[in-house]
Ligand binder design. Structure first.
Ligand code: ATP
Length: 365
């Protein structure tokens, strides 16, 4: 398997720049997610890594060998597409072994390989079945088998579960992750689904308009978003922003909203002007004693929790509270924010101002 490193990768289509100077490293054996909204450049990035698209500039290394200008056939990558194109007239065994016959591998060795892959995928019992009558899940397993059997340096998957219904999608996501854990194969996976990325990924790159907004482990990205875009794109409901005009000094440990002090992680950079205080819904608490007030606009029951919408002096925010908390629409309540998990953003650039707690994980710059 392989480490993949990209440096200042760029792709222009005419005058349009689809990917602007992306840099990140995928470590050997990682399950790596390229995440972002439609059109952000994730597929273009993957296609450049695979050799299906040539970069306008920048570098791609596979295990320290520069492959930026090499064709796909010389990169030893297996691509698993959303539409699992199997050979309909062949049975499962032949579908999987086809790439090996093409390579001229001896029959006995092919037999061994098929047995090994069938065991990994747990499809020993369907090897002689025609692919025509297989379920969606089995078809996906066969397509994966055809990729695995080649022993590639890495697997690339572009929204492989996109066409599946929600329940089956979740099942296949678990299966793919478990398969990865058994094989420990470097896997790069494109998705626009933040939940899928959080559940499956060892690391995530979040892209927006061709730019890498943040790169890191799921928990750091959730807890310490580098930009307002990431804070908003990840999480459901997304992070709240309390907009205010003010000054945050270097080394500050609190900000003031409507005369009320809120503790924040220590700031390492300061700023004056339009700021946004970011807080996740689960870090908003209702406390009678808090001098900061909000009006309850709505409460949405979700079983064990409820999402309560509040109007504050600094905008509408949502709190995730236990369903047993009693709230009435129209009442005014005290609002408290969990000091350990607050992020201050520059409202103009959208960048998080670094704090000592998160300085390691913020990657914008
Ligand atoms: P999606 O999930 O919708 O495919 P994406 O993040 O994977 O989104 P890309 O497919 O990488 O996005 O496309 C990024 C941008 O580049 C889009 O605006 C797309 O229209 C544009 N683009 C992609 N391929 C080409 C091409 N061959 N010629 C011109 N523009 C292209």
């Amino acid at each position: 398997m392989a480490q993949i490193r990209i440096e200042h990768l760029r792709k222009d289509f005419g005058s349009f720049t689809a990917v602007k100077s992306s840099s990140f490293t995928i470590e050997d054996g990682e399950f790596f997610m390229l995440l972002g909204p439609s059109g952000c450049g994730k597929t273009t990035t993957l296609r450049m890594m695979a050799g299906l698209e040539l970069p306008t500039s920048g570098h791609i290394f596979i295990d320290d060998e520069e492959v930026s200008q090499k064709p796909a056939s010389q990169r030893d990558i297996a691509f698993v597409f959303q539409m699992f194109a199997l050979y309909p007239h062949m049975n499962v065994r032949k579908n999987i072994s086809y790439p090996l016959y093409n390579q001229g591998m001896p029959r006995a060795q092919i037999k061994e390989k098929i047995a090994e892959v069938a065991k990994i995928l747990r499809i020993e019992d369907i090897l002689d079945r025609p692919v025509g009558g297989l379920s969606g899940g089995d078809r996906q397993r066969v397509a994966l088998g055809r990729a695995i059997v080649r022993d590639p340096k890495a697997f690339f998957m572009d929204e492989p579960l996109g066409a599946l219904d929600a329940e089956f999608r979740e099942h296949m996501a678990e299966e793919l992750r478990a398969l990865h854990d058994r094989m420990e194969a470097t896997t790069v996976y494109v998705t626009h689904d933040q939940l899928e990325a959080m559940q499956m990924g060892d690391k995530i790159v979040v892209m927006n308009h061709g730019v890498v907004e943040q790169f890191g482990v799921p928990q750091d990205i959730y807890d310490w978003p580098a930009t307002k875009f990431v804070a908003d794109f990840i999480g459901s409901p997304p992070m709240n922003f309390l907009d205010f005009e003010g000054t945050v000094a270097n080394g500050a440990t609190s900000v003031q909203l409507s005369g009320v002090d809120f503790q924040i992680p220590e700031m390492l950079t300061g700023l004056q002007g339009d700021l946004s205080l970011g807080v996740r819904p689960e870090h908003v608490k209702l406390t009678d004693t808090s001098a900061y007030r909000g009006e309850v606009l709505a409460a949405e029951y979700l079983g064990t929790t409820q999402i309560v919408t509040l109007r504050t002096d600094h905008g509408i925010i949502k709190a995730r509270l236990s369903s047993s908390t009693n709230v009435r629409e129209g009442e005014t309540v005290g609002v408290d924010l969990d000091a350990r998990k607050l992020t201050v953003f520059d409202a103009q650039t959208g960048h998080a101002l670094m704090s000592s707690a998160n300085k390691e994980v913020l990657t914008h710059g």
